[in-house]
Design a protein. Structure first.
Ligand code: NOJ
Length: 668
């Protein structure tokens, strides 16, 4: 009898370890206990659910990777589960908050894939109060020198046909598209961040963190109801998704879970899932506002190429430097300073030199002149997509910039493919962009990267990666044939692209006259445009308009006062694609700056000023839409006023269609 019992117990244990008595599940909760991640294994397949209290956030969703060498999505056995907790507060050298709290519970699940080529790997799960991150780690020492990812099985199964704000992955270059809302079941393959509303108090944003040597994750709707989103990695031109050595660590797959839209913006989960700064000295990083020989090129007043209308001449750049010095701007960009722009540069990227200036532009003299006026010259390095041409010149060019005293480079990759063959968001692109940021760090250069792979928080690790484009920015208000960015665009971006990190949208175009495309113009009013300085975060932020258009503009005072790095951020009111009000406190001072913007509809704000210090009185200097303002036909009226306010006040300001308000609060 005893022998029989031992046998039954032994058999039961064996069955349990093999997973025949399934499902077997393992859980981990957020530090506040509100979110729960449950892992289960059935028939050798791994899936998870995510819940918030009693509600399902994600229904059973599969996990796994398919390598050419081994299938890590089937025949899985859980070998060991370990748990730990972590809490720290870290400082950002620049950003939307001075201090960031990073508190989570972690579960590490060691797995064995028992296919033809058995392989061990680990699923690492972190639960924060504001969401989830998980990733796969394949350790080395398994007898293989190279691993190749063929597919990633990761799913995010939504319990309902939620509303999603998305841009399609295909037919969109460099993420420059208008976000549309549609039910998940109707989505094409889309990019992340993908923002979702499941019910009036449940918002999600699916994205990734720490994409450093992998392919970008896109999402495709699958399943019978098409409400399960499945990872769709951008391939190499040869079809593989990722090449790795003997070990592999994927980026974190992230899900922010929020009660209201504004809380999506306040989540710092993506940054927390990136590695701490590799730069021990960050004193040389200089967030700030810049101007440039830029808008006038996009408006076809100047050219990038040499000739009569060449914009980046020594004389013209000095004029911009004088203006910058007079108005306290940190930097001046001059596009077209180097050789390679003549002819069709979008097809001949290999002709760009990053050290040779045009005969009418004296680089050394410009940097000397700028430095003497306390202004930085920003070097421009457009590649036309020829990334390898930049890589070949990078060390020499970056060393030259450093020697001259340049501290910032704007890079660009216009072209459907990088180096004529690989996609910007492939592992090839990801590797290139990181290489540039690393080389720039060695030469004390800040990077403003245009046409990037979607950002994933790498700026925590390499904080000289200041800002990136990857957004349909202001330039579309110069030459887009659809009339430019509609008002709803800039009140959608903070909840979508903005969740991926700083955006070089380049606000501050105030003149709506457009001689080449008369119907194309910013979809906002002057006061609304001011608000973008607060709403669209970028530590290097442009005052984009031609400098002539800033003359005699009383509202310009807001632009020159507004910082680009913050101690604290709050979102008093917001509805995705409809309106948003955000307030940010300056670093090293007591002033708050507020931006409010509405979409196509006029509205009255209802801004609780409870973010101000209790018991204190502030002077609010308000830049609001003036009488009759309207983004479409009458963008210019601005009403500038002052009043005293306290934390107990609620501000009700009328916003014009496509309009806004910008406010400076000064403590008295
Ligand atoms: C596209 C960039 O977004 C824009 O800022 C730049 O002026 C052009 N490429 C040329 O580099």
């Amino acid at each position: 009898m005893k022998k029989l019992l031992i046998n039954i117990c032994g058999c039961l244990m064996l069955l349990l370890s093999m997973g025949a008595c399934s499902p077997v599940s393992d859980d981990v909760s957020s530090p506040d206990g509100r979110l729960r991640f449950s892992l289960s294994r059935q028939d050798g397949v791994l899936s998870y659910t995510l819940s918030r209290g009693e509600s399902t956030v994600l229904a059973p969703s599969r996990l796994g990777l398919v390598l050419r060498e081994a299938d890590l999505s089937k025949n899985l056995k859980i070998e060991k589960v370990s748990r730990s907790s972590f809490s720290e507060t870290w400082q950002e050298p620049w950003g939307e908050e001075a201090e960031i709290n990073n508190t989570y519970n972690e579960m590490r699940v060691d797995l064995l894939a028992g296919g033809e080529q058995p392989m061990k790997f680990t699923l690492v799960v972190r639960l924060f109060n504001d969401g989830l991150g998980f990733r796969y780690e394949v350790p080395e020492g398994q007898g293989l020198d190279a691993l190749t990812v063929i597919d990633e099985i990761t799913e995010f199964a939504l319990p309902t046909d939620a509303t999603a704000w998305s841009i399609p992955t295909h037919r969109t270059e460099y993420y420059e598209n208008i976000y549309r809302d549609a039910p998940v079941s109707r989505l094409d393959t889309v990019c992340t961040p993908l923002t979702l509303q499941l019910d009036p108090t449940l918002y999600l944003a699916i994205h990734e963190a720490a994409l450093t040597d992998y392919a970008k994750m896109n999402l495709t709707s699958t399943g019978s109801n098409r409400t399960t989103l499945r990872a769709d990695l951008t391939p190499w031109s040869t079809g593989e998704k990722v090449f790795a050595g003997a070990s592999l660590t994927t980026p974190w797959r992230t899900v922010i879970v929020a009660d209201k839209p504004g809380d999506l913006i306040l989540s710092r989960l993506m940054l927390n899932l990136n590695e701490p700064s590799q730069l021990t000295d960050t004193s040389w990083l200089e967030p700030g506002r810049y101007i440039g020989i830029w808008w006038a090129i996009h408006m076809d007043t100047y050219t990038w190429s040499q000739g009569e209308r060449h914009g980046a001449t020594t004389a013209n750049t000095k004029r911009y430097i004088d203006f910058a010095a007079a108005h306290g701007f940190a930097g001046v960009l001059a596009e077209g300073w180097n050789t390679g722009w003549d002819g069709d540069w979008t097809k001949n990227g290999n002709l760009f030199s990053f050290t040779q200036s045009t005969p009418d532009f004296d680089l050394q003299e410009i940097v000397r002149y700028a430095t003497s006026k306390g202004v930085r010259f920003i070097a421009h390095a457009e590649t036309g997509g020829a990334a390898s041409n930049l890589e070949a010149q990078m060390e020499e060019a970056f060393a030259l910039y450093e020697k001259l005293g340049i501290n910032c480079v704007k890079t660009g990759y216009v072209g459907a493919l990088i180096d004529g063959k690989e996609r910007h968001d492939s592992q090839y692109g990801v590797r290139h962009y990181r290489k540039v940021v690393e080389a720039a760090a060695r030469h004390h250069l800040m990077i403003d990267n245009h046409e990037p792979v979607m950002p994933t928080g790498l700026q925590r690790t390499l904080p000289n990666l200041m800002t990136q484009e990857g957004v349909r920015g202001q330039e579309y208000n110069a030459w887009a044939t659809d009339g430019g960015n509609p008002p709803s665009h800039t009140v959608t971006l903070p909840f979508t692209r903005g969740l991926a990190g700083p955006m070089d949208y380049t606000p501050n175009v105030f003149c709506h006259t457009n001689k080449v495309h008369p119907e194309t113009r910013p979809g906002t009013t002057t006061a609304g445009e001011l608000a973008l300085n607060v709403l669209l975060y970028s530590p290097l932020q442009m005052a984009a308009d031609a400098i002539e258009n800033f003359e005699n503009l009383p509202a310009f005072e807001f632009v020159t006062s507004c910082p680009t790095t913050w101690a604290q951020t709050v979102v008093p009111e917001a509805e995705i694609g409809k309106y948003i009000t955000m307030a940010r406190k300056e670093r090293g001072g007591n002033r708050w700056f507020l931006g409010s913007h509405t979409g196509e509809q006029a509205r009255q704000t209802n801004i609780a000023l409870s973010f101000l210090d209790k018991g204190a009185t502030y002077r609010a200097r308000i830049f609001a839409d003036g009488e009759g303002a309207h983004y479409a036909g009458n963008p210019y009226p601005v009403a500038i006023s002052e009043r005293e306010v306290t934390a107990d006040d609620v501000l009700q300001l009328p916003l014009a269609p496509g309009g806004g308000a910008a406010i400076i609060f000064e403590k008295l």
